[in-house]
Write a protein that binds this ligand. Structure first.
Ligand SMILES: NC(=O)c1ccc[n+]([C@@H]2O[C@H](COP(=O)([O-])OP(=O)(O)OC[C@H]3O[C@@H](n4cnc5c(N)ncnc54)[C@H](O)[C@@H]3O)[C@@H](O)[C@H]2O)c1
Length: 363
């Protein structure tokens, strides 16, 4: 392993766990499981892209540590994040006789993490799982916090469970093989943490753009660690999104609607969130909650990472509005937004009128 490992604790009583971040970490995943009470049978769940890259190193490390390793491979793509693939995972686990003290290892991006977590939450009424996220988005966001689930044909992430992992094992070196566009989509979620919580992180992203884009290890370690610390702190205070946790949805109310209306094909999740963040910052300015200079600064950072910030011209505003109406973030017909008051601080705003959203989207 290169240099040191940074560890962050997600504090959730008996469901607490560590997030370990380092470089070249995959080869030591086996020994990292020694402190746990897992039975020797474990299963790696991965996909057809990530497994050829990292499956062997993870599998060998687990075997060296005394585990009996089953591997379950899912085709690559969001369209496979469904109950059919979860059933496939159950079938393989049952055939290999994994038991209630077995553990699953989710090796991949957010799709694999969400699906494996959900399979773990329901297999034999719930077994342990470890997140080994290999995209920036999964490392800074989806692997932490215990939201697991799959898509239903009537809506994304509609079937799921809160089920916390026992460990999150982040190897920043895996980002070297990630496509640039996927990496940048992950940066959007980091920008989000800066806006909602930490002006210093935001400033860091402004000042260190070149080093981040060059995948400088120390800079990435800092960015991932700080993002995980923020997510851990928010989740520790509000595991099931009764209040505070919803601030993590900054950019997502409009972002989700844009993803839905474009059929999940035009934009990656992080790209849609980038558009959502700028539009929601503009909304905050229309409501006189934020100084327009801050909105300009938000757009400048999004643009500097080659992320989209403007609503695509070919999308019908009415479509976006009706998609927002169906969203999980609409409670009792009231639209809820996370709106920035300045960089580093947001507020939860309910009762935003449909008219002002329409004006925003048409402007
Ligand atoms: N649970 C949560 O809290 C949460 C939060 C945000 C997003 N999500 C979910 O996460 C999913 C998106 O995750 P994602 O952006 O990681 O997408 P993804 O899992 O589809 O990964 C993106 C692409 O990168 C490939 N890949 C992954 N790691 C790689 C590597 N190291 N080298 C080369 N290729 C690699 C994947 O095979 C895939 O083709 C969505 O389903 C979304 O709903 C969940």
């Amino acid at each position: 392993m290169d240099k040191k490992i940074e560890t962050i604790r997600v504090d959730l009583g008996e469901r607490s766990y560590d997030i370990a971040i380092g470089s070249n970490m995959l080869r030591s995943i086996g020994t990292s499981l020694n402190p746990f009470d897992f039975s020797p049978k474990v299963a790696i769940v991965s996909n057809t892209t990530v497994h050829p890259l990292y499956g062997d190193v993870v599998s060998n490390s687990l075997k060296k540590a005394g585990f009996d390793v089953l591997t379950v491979i899912i085709p690559d793509g969001e369209e496979y994040k469904d109950l059919l693939r979860v059933e496939h995972i159950y079938n393989e686990l049952l055939k290999a006789k994994l038991d209630r003290s077995s553990s699953l290892i989710a090796l991949g991006g957010g799709v694999i993490g969400d699906m494996t977590g959900f399979a773990a939450s329901t297999y034999m009424r719930g077994i342990s799982y470890i997140q080994v996220p290999t995209t920036l988005l999964a490392q800074v966001d989806s692997s932490v916090g215990g939201k697991t689930g799959v898509n239903h044909k009537l809506g994304k992430n509609m079937i799921g469970a809160f089920w916390q992992p026992r460990l999150v094992w982040i190897d920043v070196k895996t980002l070297n093989t990630l496509q640039k566009r996927e990496f940048l989509a992950g940066v959007a979620e980091v920008i989000k943490y800066g806006v909602i919580w930490d002006e210093e992180l935001y400033y860091f992203l402004e000042k260190n753009r070149t080093r981040i884009l060059n995948l400088d290890r120390d800079v990435l370690m800092y960015v991932i660690k700080r993002s995980c610390e923020i997510k851990a702190e928010v989740v520790s205070k509000d595991e099931r999104e009764a209040g505070l946790r919803s601030i993590l949805n900054f950019g997502h109310t409009i972002g989700h609607a844009i993803e839905t209306v474009t059929g999940y094909r035009k934009y990656l999740h992080g790209e849609a969130v980038a558009i959502g963040m700028y539009l929601e910052a503009k909304l905050a300015s229309m409501l006189d909650l934020i100084n327009n200079k801050e909105v300009v600064r938000i757009k400048a950072l999004i643009d500097s990472y080659s992320l989209p910030s403007e609503k695509p011209l070919d999308i019908d505003v009415e479509h976006i509005l009706s998609s927002m109406e169906l969203d999980k973030k609409v409670v009792a017909g009231q639209l809820k937004f996370i709106l920035p008051e300045k960089i580093g601080k947001v507020r939860i705003q309910t009762g935003v009128s449909w008219k002002i959203i329409k004006d925003l989207l048409q402007s």
